[in-house]
Structure formats: structure tokens, C-alpha cells
Design a protein around this ligand. Structure first.
Ligand code: G6P
Length: 640
């Protein structure tokens, strides 16, 4: 869990985001991207690129900079990782004392050079970088098109650049106050203008923004790590504030232009810790981000009053949904494990037979399909070679493909017929955590949606599902409180060589994911077994002290699982049980129990996986492993 210093880091580094969650949940949901700005005597591009590197955790599908040179605004941008931009910069000799930069996590418009920030107006007088969503960009775009503006990207951000051009009256501060009154949504914006070479403006509504205070130089950024190399004196802009930043000083205002006095915050913690939000590793940060990631994936897709799931992004018509007679789920690794849970949800709710395949197997298997087979590919990155190849094979065969992915504009998202985005935000740790839980949410939403369209779900049942889903983030939050118990358990059994995960039904699917997590980061050999299958061979491996993680959450299988637990206990296993509050009797059959808040059987994997992630994490830490970058593995496997 967080240390004191770490929670202080999180408080400040994430302060803005936490406050905004309540205020503006929907807008906040899809906000990542990183912003940096600098004015001063240091090599400006080095400062901005260094800052962007610290913010890549906020998004990394494109990057760009704008620099004020010889009273002209020059922009360089590039799709892909920051290194692509650095390559471009290396062959340019740009000089100046004022620059801004951006690293993007695509929301409006695919990742491309054109859609990368900074964006400019028609005259090239302004350049802006933006983190957030301008909700009313469509009417504004219409208005600006009618006024003769020409757009070169699909983004909501470019609208703001043209709006600034339209409203500019020579006074940058007053112009930005007026522009702020025209745009709705969540944003942090940084603007430079060639007529104002000695100042620039940063504004914050909902999305986080800090100002770094230097001596004869000043900085702005989405998060503190971007400036820590240069200064430890910070203004944390509050929601609804803006700053006029000059070399020799920073003035702060409300978005109405009224002056605001800010207190300087002195940062005492180190940059590495800050980048990870105060956690020691990205994996732990991402485990803790799950309640928010689940909420974000649900946002805009649940109608709690009507008791309905809405998936307006799907192009599948009612007739096409009714005609689906088979579903094939295809994925790799953790995404494949999500698919196993998805099969159960889809079959139960839609009564359509579902097969789940590992992509590298599916591609080379003589798959039987009908013309009405729907293929669902699941991929966090949207770039996994085998999954992408399977998608392409299916498309060639004329099959309809729906993708569940976390990355807007990824190859899988671009090439599938329908796309459901999981809004987990960038996942940095190789071991997937929040991507998995949000994939489960997406699969559940899809199952309910299909069942509703097919007329297979009563209104009461639909209401019930919607309520259960809406409550999940809060329950996931509670499950995170089991961390100390798991840390202790991991410490006790850190020298184990083999571990077994057992469960029945959906608990078995989660057991597979739990054993993968443990293997990939702790390097402890782990196997998952359907609890009823143990006696057909594996029971021979259970001897004194062998750790067994037994998951028992499925009500109709509880008694049966209990019998299997007794079988391993009788052979000397050391058993950690995971079950619901209420199944207190499990304590008599195991050595330790983790109790989770009650949840319906189908959604239980969303909660049961969290202690398994924590267990793997603590075991890896106790063994001194590189948790975020386990040996031999990669986050995105783009080779066969
Ligand atoms: C790699 C990662 C896994 C991931 C798998 C599939 O092996 O290390 O964590 O589950 O790829 O990735 P995808 O991006 O397609 O979900």
C-alpha cells in the first residue's frame, strides 16, 4: 500500500484528477495525454522532450512540439512513440526560448501526424496543446467552417485553435478568457502566440495542470514529474484557474480573468516515485486504478433509469445481431482469459454458442464457421501479431469482426468492423491488470446489449444487471483493502517452487489468470486446474506445504469446490481460500481466507482477480524481481 510520502505524492500529483472525478465524471473518463511548456534560457526542446518522456505514462500514440523561433511558431509532430519525434527533431535546428509539447492518448481522431498536437489556426499565429475533451466541438467546428476556417485534423482540439484565431483581440489573456467561455467539457490547454514571444497561457478545467517555478524560467505540465528535474517549487492549478507564464514570473487568474493568489508547494519526493503516482511500480498503480478504469468503461454505456445498456458505437443492426448463430472469441494471454469469462456471459445471456481460441491456434486451425458467425477479437494493445493476423484471416473469409481493445486507432481497432474501447487508460506494466477487468466489463456490456436486442432479457433482469455493474467500482475499491493480507501471505510463501490455483466454472477461468500473473512476474511455477480435474493426475503433486489458492465464489459449485479443497488439504497443502463474505464456513477447510464483497456469479471474476494480482505482485517484490518488466516478456508482442 502507499507509504505516507507516497500518498502525499498521489495527493498532489493526482489531486486535480481526484477532485474532478466527482465533478465531471464523464468528461474525466477519457482524459489522458501529457502537456509540457517551458520559457527560459535552457535548450527549450531538451526541456520539453525530457518532460514529455516523464509523461509518456499518460499516452504514447503520438507526440509533438511547437517552438517560437524568429517570431514564427514552428510545429513538429509525429505519430508513434516519443522517439519518432526525437528522430525528427535531430534533423532540425530549432532554437528559441519558448516551447510547448504534447504526448497523446487518442480520443477524437485516430493516432496520425495530422491528429497529433500541437494544433494551429489558419494563420499559424497560435499553437495549442490540449488534454481533455471539448464536448461542443462539433457545433463550434460548423460555426468556424462557415466563417471560412480550414481544418487539417479530425480532433476536437483544432477547433480551439481556430476559435482563438477568430476571437483574438491582441490581448492573449482576455482572448483566452473569452475562448474559455465558449468551450464546454474538460480541458487543460496551453497556448503560445507569435505576437507574444515572452509569455504563454495555461488554463485548467478538470484536467490536471501544474506550474513549475524557476529562476528566470518557468514551466507548465500535466504532472509534477515532468518538471522535477528543474524545480521543486510548484503551483498546483485548481479547477477553473489559468496562468500567464513569463520568464520572470507567473500570474494566476480564475477562468474569468480575476487574479488568484497561489501558494508555492515544495516537492520533497523523488521524480521516479511521482511518475508512478506514489507507488513503487506501475503494476501496483494500475491495480489501484481498476475502480476508476471500470467506471470509465461503464461511463455513457449504462442507462440506470431505463435499466438499459447502450452501445451506440456498434454498427451491427438489430437484424444482424438476431442473425448471429455462433461467436468465436480470439485473443492471446490475459485477453484470452477474459474471453473465457466472456464465453460464459455471452452464452448465458444470448444463448448463442461461443468458442474461445488462442489466436496463434485459431489462425492455423481449420475453423468451422457459418456465414453468420461473429468473431470477437480481444486485445489490450490492439497490435498483438497473432490476434491481428486472425482478425485479417476472418475478414478475408467474409466474417464480421468486433474488436474489444484499449487503444483507439490501434491496428485491431482500425481493421475490425465494430469496436468497443475499454477505457482503462495506458497500461505500462507488462503484466496486464486493469486491461483485463475492463475487458470483462466490455464483454458483460456486450452480452447484456445483445440479450436486450434479441428480446431475451426481462426489464427486471436488465435493471438488476445495470445496478450490479454500476456498483462494481465501489466493490473493487473494497477489494483493494485485502492488500495487507496478501502481502503477508506472499511473504510466508515466497520460497515456494510450485503453486496451484483451483476453482470451478468462472472461478477456474480466473484461476488461469491468477496463475499467469504469478508465473510472469514472480517466476514461481504455477498451474491452474479445474478443481474437479485434480484427482485425474495433478493431485499427485500435492505434498506437505504446497501452496494452493482455492477460489470458491460460484454458488452452484460451492459445495463441490469445498470437497476438492478438502482433498488437497488432506494431502498437506497450505490453502488460501477466496470467497464471498457470508461463506464463513470456508475458514474451517483452509489455512487462510480472503473474503470479498458479495457479487453475482457472472461478475465475480472482476473482483476475485484483484487479490490474485496483488498476490503475484507481492510475491514478485519479495523475490526482488523487476515487477514492471519481467524477464523475457514484452507488453505488446508484435511478432508471431
Ligand atoms: C503479451 C502481454 C500480456 C498480454 C498479451 C496479449 O504477452 O505480456 O500481458 O495479455 O500480450 O496482449 P494484447 O495487447 O493483445 O491484449
Amino acid at each position: 500500500m502507499l507509504s505516507c510520502a507516497a500518498s502525499e505524492v498521489r495527493k498532489l500529483a493526482g489531486d486535480c484528477e481526484h477532485k474532478d472525478e466527482q465533478a465531471n465524471e464523464e468528461e474525466q473518463s477519457k482524459l489522458m495525454c501529457g502537456i509540457v511548456g517551458y520559457i527560459g534560457a535552457k535548450p527549450v526542446l531538451d526541456v520539453v522532450v525530457n518532460g514529455l518522456r516523464k509523461l509518456e505514462y499518460r499516452g504514447y500514440d503520438s507526440a509533438g512540439i511547437a517552438i517560437l523561433e524568429d517570431q514564427r511558431v514552428k510545429v513538429l509532430k509525429s505519430v508513434g512513440r516519443l522517439s519518432n519525434l526525437e528522430d525528427k527533431l535531430a534533423s532540425n535546428t530549432l532554437n528559441g526560448h519558448l516551447a510547448i509539447g504534447h504526448t497523446r492518448w487518442a480520443t477524437h481522431g485516430k493516432p496520425s501526424d495530422e491528429n497529433s498536437h500541437p494544433h494551429q489556426d489558419c494563420s499559424g499565429r497560435f499553437a495549442i496543446v490540449h488534454n481533455g475533451i471539448v464536448e461542443n466541438y462539433l457545433p463550434l467546428r460548423e460555426e468556424l467552417l462557415a466563417a471560412g476556417h480550414q481544418f487539417s485534423s479530425e480532433t476536437d482540439t483544432e477547433v480551439v485553435a481556430h476559435l482563438i484565431e477568430e476571437m483574438y483581440n491582441g490581448d492573449l489573456l482576455k482572448t483566452m478568457v473569452a475562448v474559455g467561455q465558449r468551450i464546454r467539457g474538460a480541458y487543460s490547454l496551453v497556448v503560445i502566440c507569435k505576437d507574444h514571444p515572452d509569455e504563454f497561457i495555461a488554463m485548467r478545467k478538470s484536467s490536471p495542470l501544474i506550474v513549475g517555478l524557476g529562476d528566470g524560467e518557468n514551466f507548465v505540465a500535466s504532472d509534477i514529474p515532468a518538471v522535477l528535474e528543474y524545480t521543486r517549487d510548484i503551483y498546483v492549478l485548481d479547477d477553473g484557474e489559468m496562468a500567464m507564464i513569463r520568464r520572470d514570473g507567473v500570474e494566476c487568474f480564475t477562468l474569468d480573468g480575476d487574479p488568484v493568489e497561489k501558494e508555492v508547494y515544495k516537492v520533497t519526493w523523488d521524480a521516479v516515485s511521482a511518475e508512478r503516482g506514489g507507488y513503487d511500480h506501475f503494476m501496483m498503480k494500475e491495480i489501484h486504478e481498476q475502480p476508476k478504469a471500470i467506471r470509465d468503461t461503464l461511463t455513457g454505456r449504462l442507462d440506470e433509469t431505463a435499466g438499459q445498456v447502450k452501445l451506440p458505437e456498434l454498427k451491427l443492426s438489430t437484424q444482424e445481431i438476431n442473425e448471429i448463430d455462433r461467436i468465436h472469441i480470439v485473443a492471446c494471454g490475459t485477453s484470452w482469459h477474459a474471453g473465457l469469462v466472456g464465453k460464459s456471459m455471452l452464452e448465458k445471456m444470448t444463448r448463442i454458442p461461443v468458442e474461445v481460441d488462442i489466436a496463434s491456434e485459431y489462425r492455423y486451425r481449420d475453423v468451422l464457421h457459418t456465414s453468420n458467425t461473429l468473431v470477437i477479437v480481444i486485445s489490450q494493445s490492439g497490435e498483438t501479431a497473432d490476434t491481428l493476423a486472425a482478425l485479417r484471416d476472418c475478414k478475408k473469409k467474409g466474417l464480421r469482426v468486433l474488436a474489444i481493445t484499449n487503444v483507439v486507432g490501434s491496428s485491431v481497432a482500425r481493421e475490425a468492423d465494430d469496436v468497443l474501447i475499454t477505457w482503462a487508460g495506458p497500461e505500462i506494466a507488462v503484466a496486464s491488470t486493469k486491461a483485463y477487468t475492463t475487458q470483462l466489463i466490455a464483454l458483460c456490456l456486450l452480452s447484456i446489449y445483445f440479450a436486450q436486442v434479441k428480446g431475451l432479457m426481462s426489464s427486471d433482469d436488465a435493471h438488476d444487471w445495470v445496478t450490479q455493474l454500476a456498483n462494481l467500482p465501489q466493490l473493487a475499491e473494497q477489494v483493494l483493502d485485502t492488500a495487507p493480507q496478501l502481502e503477508k501471505f506472499a511473504a510466508d510463501w515466497v520460497h515456494a517452487e510450485d503453486t496451484f490455483f483451483i476453482g470451478r466454472g468462472l472461478d477456474f477461468s480466473v484461476a488461469l489468470e491468477g496463475s499467469l500473473k504469478l508465473k510472469e512476474i514472480s517466476y514461481i511455477h504455477a498451474e491452474a486446474y479445474a478443481a474437479g480435474e485434480l484427482k485425474h493426475g495433478t493431485l499427485a503433486l500435492i505434498t506437505d506445504g504446497v501452496p494452493v489458492i482455492a477460489i470458491a465464489t460460484q454458488p452452484h459449485l460451492y459445495e463441490k469446490t469445498l470437497s476438492n479443497i478438502k482433498e488437497v488439504k488432506a494431502r498437506g497443502a497450505f490453502v488460501l481460500g477466496i470467497t464471498w463474505v457470508g461463506n464463513q464456513d470456508l475458514a474451517h477447510s483452509v489455512d487462510e481466507v480472503i473474503y470479498l464483497p458479495q457479487q453475482c456469479a457472472e461478475l465475480s471474476p472482476v473482483l476475485t482477480v484483484i487479490p490474485l494480482q496483488l498476490l503475484a505482485y507481492y510475491a514478485a517484490v519479495a523475490r526482488g524481481n523487476d515487477v514492471d518488466k519481467p524477464r523475457n516478456l514484452a507488453k505488446s508482442v508484435t511478432v508471431e
